[in-house]
Design a protein around this ligand. Structure first.
Ligand code: ASP
Length: 420
């Protein structure tokens, strides 16, 4: 078992999951029973749920301890500020490039032109933030314990950043004792993460089997050009743009780096949650790619929540897809240049504000649709195919976080040679 690397175990898990899912679906169709009523489905669901819960269980303490300990590693507020600024520039830069890719492809392929559709009247039944300001204010927690309990990562991160920053101003024994305590807690969380990761191949197999056994293909055929546009744009960002940036900034082999990070990408793919994947991302970045603990534990937890290239790209493609459909139904409708710029700006803002959990990007899209006067009911179309697209954009989100961690660490001379 030791000899085979984790990546391969996960790939075997994905293969086994697809096989089990297809088999279950076929057997159920032959026997004319609903998939959800079978013992096999209950097992996939049970294992997948336990795996997801374990991943989520470690996130809050992991984010807090690794972020605070990463910040102490910076030594001073000045260095923290410099690194924070650089990291933020990378986050924004890569997200804008992703948006540009999405914008280009959605205008070339035009998936919504000629799309015949009855506007579905059932609105999305999720609680939605109403305005841009609602999103911003919701980022500040009034109670950090409640924020943690409700998995509001931005609130926890904000608290951790303030805690870490003020901890840097402590002096003498207090500082030493607290630093060692936080560092030790962070080490324990990393070990716990290692334990959960060891279960990844089985958890991922169950997640995939569950998905494959119930998802039909019909809806994908109707929405094919939209799915193709999103997938292609994500592919370009993942395989061309990010590797080019990695090469440009580090002169390292980007594909080798991506392969080193692949257990995190597979986990992101199967869970559709960059926050849930954070433990794996941190572990691979440090132990696989040789990125120093202080850079990884600062850049990755922040990135998992605010840097979402895949989500930004997907927002743009989806809103313009909806605009294209709507223009076909209501010929008086067209987007002004100002509205298009607003979409780009809000796409970026939404990708920062969206939580790293499944479907967050789709829920937040309503903000953009409302801002440019498009009916939010169109999102019902997208829900039908969102799970798979969510899995794909989460891979891009995780890859972008990891790539930025590598680029920042390289700039600081903090990548151990030869470990990837
Ligand atoms: N599921 C994505 C993530 O966790 C967010 C999104 O829905 O776009 O990265």
């Amino acid at each position: 078992m030791r000899r085979i690397k984790l990546h391969w175990w996960i790939l075997i898990g994905i293969g086994a999951g697809i096989f089990a899912g297809v088999l279950t679906q076929h057997l159920c169709i032959a026997a004319d029973i609903p998939v959800e009523s079978t013992a096999a489905y209950a097992a996939y669901d049970g294992i997948a749920t336990i795996f997801m819960k374990l991943l989520k269980m470690i996130v809050i303490p992991l984010v807090f301890f690794s972020l605070v300990s990463g910040m102490q590693g910076m030594g001073s507020l000045a260095r923290l500020g410099r690194l924070g600024f650089k990291t933020f520039l990378f986050y924004m830069g890569t997200s804008l490039l992703a948006i540009l890719t999405g914008l280009t492809l959605v205008n070339l392929i035009r998936p919504g032109v000629g799309f015949q559709v009855e506007v579905p009247t059932t609105p999305v039944d999720k609680e939605l933030p109403e305005t841009f300001w609602d999103v911003l204010t919701s980022m500040v927690p009034d109670n950090v314990i409640r924020a943690a309990a409700e998995f509001e990562l931005i609130g926890v991160i904000l608290f951790a950043i303030l805690f870490g920053a003020f901890m840097l101003t402590l002096e003498g024994e207090k500082k030493t004792v607290l630093s060692r305590f936080i560092e030790a807690c962070s080490d324990v969380m990393m070990k716990m993460t290692g334990f959960v990761i060891a279960l990844a191949p089985v958890g991922i197999a169950a997640l995939i089997a569950k998905l494959v056994s119930v998802t039909g293909t019909k809806v994908f055929i109707e929405m094919r050009w939209y799915v193709v546009t999103v997938a292609l744009a994500l592919g370009v960002h993942l395989l061309v743009t990010l590797p080019a940036l990695i090469y440009l900034f580090t002169r390292r082999n980007p594909y080798r780096f991506i392969w080193t990070m692949s257990p995190a990408l597979f986990t992101g793919f199967s869970t559709a949650s960059s926050s849930g994947t954070l433990g794996v991302t941190l572990k691979r970045a440090e132990h696989g790619a040789g990125i120093s603990n202080r850079v990884a534990s600062f850049v990755l937890p922040l990135g998992a929540t605010i840097n979402m290239d895949g989500t930004a790209l997907y927002e743009i493609v989806s809103v313009l897809f909806i605009a294209q459909i709507h223009a076909g139904i209501d010929p008086t409708f067209s987007l002004t240049l100002g509205q298009q710029l607003l979409i780009v700006f809000l796409g970026l803002a939404v990708s920062i504000g969206a939580a790293g959990i499944p479907h967050a990007g789709l829920v937040m899209m309503v903000i953009i649709l409302q801002a440019v006067g498009l009916p939010v009911e169109y999102t019902a179309l997208i829900w039908a195919v969102d799970r798979v697209l969510d899995m794909c954009r989460t891979v891009v989100n995780v890859t972008s976080d990891s790539s930025i961690a590598l680029m920042v660490a390289h700039g600081e001379g903090e990548v151990a040679e030869g470990s990837d």
